[in-house]
Design a protein around this ligand. Sequence first.
Ligand SMILES: [Zn+2]
Length: 82
Amino acid sequence: MTTPTLTPKKSAQQLLTKLAASEGFTAVVALLEHFATDSVVPGICTTCEGVESSCEPDAEANMCSECETETVQSCLVLAGVI
Ligand SMILES: [Zn+2]
């Protein structure tokens, strides 16, 4: 178990905005509405901001393929929908 370098985490809103843009949505609400009922949703790493295109809707600690820490959260978790 390694402790990642402590850096101030970006707010969920900032991460959601970045995620929405990377998925082609102009607004976070559009992203959430689109994926609200899907079984696979995009997520974003809260450590390195790497985007993961396929997460479980309730993913809170998925493995990030970029920084290899378990800090990927789905867009629905970030938004507090789940
Ligand atoms: Zn990462």
